[in-house]
Design a protein. Structure first.
Length: 58
């Protein structure tokens, strides 16, 4: 699952809120992208880097 070619990441910041929104589009089914954020072993792959081991306690 990679960011789609030609799709740019958008960063949106409302000056009246303490929030930053990052918007990305992927060439993958919605269910697959969601799994990448909820399954610890996939989150570790997603966040990388590849040459380090990451342990996520859930």
């Amino acid at each position: 699952m990679t960011s789609a070619p030609g799709h740019e990441t958008r960063i949106e910041a409302d000056p009246g809120l303490p929030t930053i929104r990052i918007v990305r589009e992927f060439d993958a089914p919605q269910e697959q992208v969601f799994r990448a954020w909820i399954e610890p072993q996939l989150v570790a792959l997603w966040l990388g880097p590849d040459d380090l081991d990451m342990k996520i306690d859930d």
